[in-house]
Design a protein around this ligand. Structure first.
Ligand SMILES: Nc1nc2c(ncn2[C@@H]2O[C@H](COP(=O)(O)OP(=O)(O)O)[C@@H](O)[C@H]2O)c(=O)[nH]1
Ligand SMILES: [Mg+2]
Length: 399
């Protein structure tokens, strides 16, 4: 196996007693780690008033693989991790880092299991409380259990990522590849507590990195105080919703739907206005007399004019927004494509005629059944149009 360097990053704020007993325990675990891993500990202390830093400094002078980074003041968990990762993947040239709490909540004996997942090729390993073999403390109050369980469920539902069971866990192993892909975006956002963990993992998942989960029993701290509390619940909720909205707004199908809705509105207003215009009536009369087509009348012509306005609007906005990455630019492209676009819109009208016509001939023409068929026909028409737009009119350009 290729030699790899692993750095266990431990952010601390007032963890003097914990860190004193934790570091020797980690040394013991390091004995059980495969020899091709060079194991290090990096404590990121925010100048803890209880002098956690001094404790670590003493140990670092004795052991070459214990390191201390000191922040001048308390800046939160996310900032501590970003600083720690910068040091670990930068100066220390690590291949993989751990996120690890100082308070013994994270079972250190699981470290070898994380590393074997890394050896298997996973990019991101989570210590999970919500897969078989993992748990949250039985003595947690209902409130805390509820928040953790429902919180994770909520994240999965909103982000539609059911493969991950424990989003908020702070016990993780992260490879350099993930860090390099995600770090830039992390720097430009402000994170607090759990949103850092969720945000980091979410960006990695969306970039397609392979995530594995290792079960562990989360143990409540016995020494010192927890720094993360209820205030983070609201932030987390808002963060997830914000992120998901941004994702949806960026989707082509969403833009297509918005453009379609604008078109529908234009169509309706157009019909209303055109049917009140004198010249439309004269034009309808003129066309009827010239062509002998008896069905041409004011409302028919007004509705066609309204539809054409909507088609023009749809074409423009889809070109400038929905398919802006495949934008049609020269008139030589635009003219034939606009004609195809008209044909495709006309196709949707035909689909409507056929579906509503056949449908109501089966179920009768009561308002409710008519409306149901209309909704179905519109849905089919939209799907067909979306396919035609993406595969024909705004076909992906081969590079
Ligand atoms: N450097 C640094 N570490 C922090 C900060 N807040 C929390 N920590 C550390 O992060 C780890 C997890 O925090 P903890 O309070 O146990 O969170 P909880 O387990 O969610 O209650 C512990 O090792 C803390 O000492 C901070 O602002 N700066
Ligand atoms: Mg804790």
């Amino acid at each position: 196996m290729q030699q790899k360097k692993a750095v266990v990053i431990i952010p601390t704020y007032n963890e003097r007693e914990n860190i004193r007993s934790l570091i020797p325990v980690l040394f013991e675990v390091f004995q059980d780690v495969p020899k091709h891993f060079d194991m290090h500990i990096l404590v990121v202390d925010d100048s803890s008033p209880d002098e956690t830093g001094k404790e670590v400094l003493v140990l670092s002078e004795k052991h070459g693989n214990v390191h201390l980074l000191t922040n001048p003041k308390k800046a939160g968990l996310g900032a501590a991790y970003l600083r720690g990762m910068d040091e670990a993947f930068g100066k220390m040239q690590a291949d993989v880092v751990f996120e690890f709490d100082a308070d013994f909540s994270h079972d250190p004996k699981k470290i070898p299991e994380f590393l074997s997942k890394i050896d298997e090729g996973y990019d991101f390993v989570l210590g999970s409380r919500y897969i078989p073999g993992g748990s949250i403390p039985a003595n947690w109050g209902f409130h805390r259990k509820f928040l953790s369980v429902v919180g994770n469920l909520f994240i999965n539902v909103v982000l539609t990522t059911f493969a991950i069971r424990d989003w908020t866990t702070g016990y993780r192993a992260i490879t350099k590849r993930v860090y390099e892909a995600v770090n830039g975006e992390m720097q430009s956002e402000r994170f607090s507590g759990y949103t850092f963990q969720i945000g980091f993992l979410h960006k990695a998942v969306r970039k397609g990195f392979k995530v594995a989960e290792v079960p562990f029993h989360f143990v409540d701290r016995t020494l010192g105080k927890s720094k993360l509390g209820g205030e983070y619940v609201k932030n987390t909720l808002l963060y997830i919703i914000k992120v998901r909205m941004q994702e949806i707004f960026a989707m082509r199908i969403f833009k297509f739907a918005v453009v379609g809705f604008i078109g529908f509105t234009i169509n309706t207003i157009g019909l209303f206005l055109f049917s009140r215009m004198e010249w439309v009536t004269s034009a309808a009369d003129f066309i009827r007399n010239m062509t002998g087509l008896g069905f041409v009348n004011t409302s028919g012509l007004a509705s066609s004019l309204g539809a054409e306005c909507a088609i023009v609007s749809n074409f423009i906005w889809n070109n400038l927004w929905t398919f802006k990455d495949r934008k049609l630019k020269s008139p030589l492209e635009i003219v034939p494509k606009f004609l195809q676009f008209n044909l495709s819109s006309f196709g949707a009208v035909l689909i409507q005629l056929v579906v509503v016509g056949t449908g109501t001939s089966i179920t009768g023409t009561a308002t409710l059944s008519k409306l149901s068929w209309l909704i179905l026909a519109t849905a089919i028409g939209m799907v067909v149009n979306f396919i035609i737009y993406s595969k024909i009119i705004w076909k992906e350009k081969k590079a």
